[in-house]
Write a protein that binds this ligand. Structure first.
Ligand SMILES: [Zn+2]
Length: 86
């Protein structure tokens, strides 16, 4: 299986140039109120819902940037990308 990812710097490239960074799940929890369970949920819990989701990708064999892509895992089609940074 292969598909393309569009890097906001380099453009559309083959999947194998990238590293998947997981679903985007918002800002880190507040450190002052952080519990082990809240941290575990933030790091490991995924929604796995059907339809488009925002994902982090790293252009490992290209510009070395982290960015987000809206992609439908069911069809592997992108709907948009942005240059958010990690
Ligand atoms: Zn790139």
């Amino acid at each position: 299986m292969s598909f393309t990812i569009t890097c906001p710097i380099c453009g559309k490239r083959d999947l194998y140039e990238f590293r998947f960074g997981g679903e985007e799940h918002g800002p880190r929890p507040d450190y002052q109120a952080l519990t082990p369970q809240a941290w575990c949920d933030y790091v490991h819990r995924r929604t796995h819902r059907a339809g488009p989701q925002q994902e982090w990708w790293f252009h490992r064999d290209g510009c070395g940037r982290w960015f987000t892509v809206w992609r439908d895992p069911g069809t592997n089609r992108e709907t948009s990308c942005s240059e958010k940074r990690r």
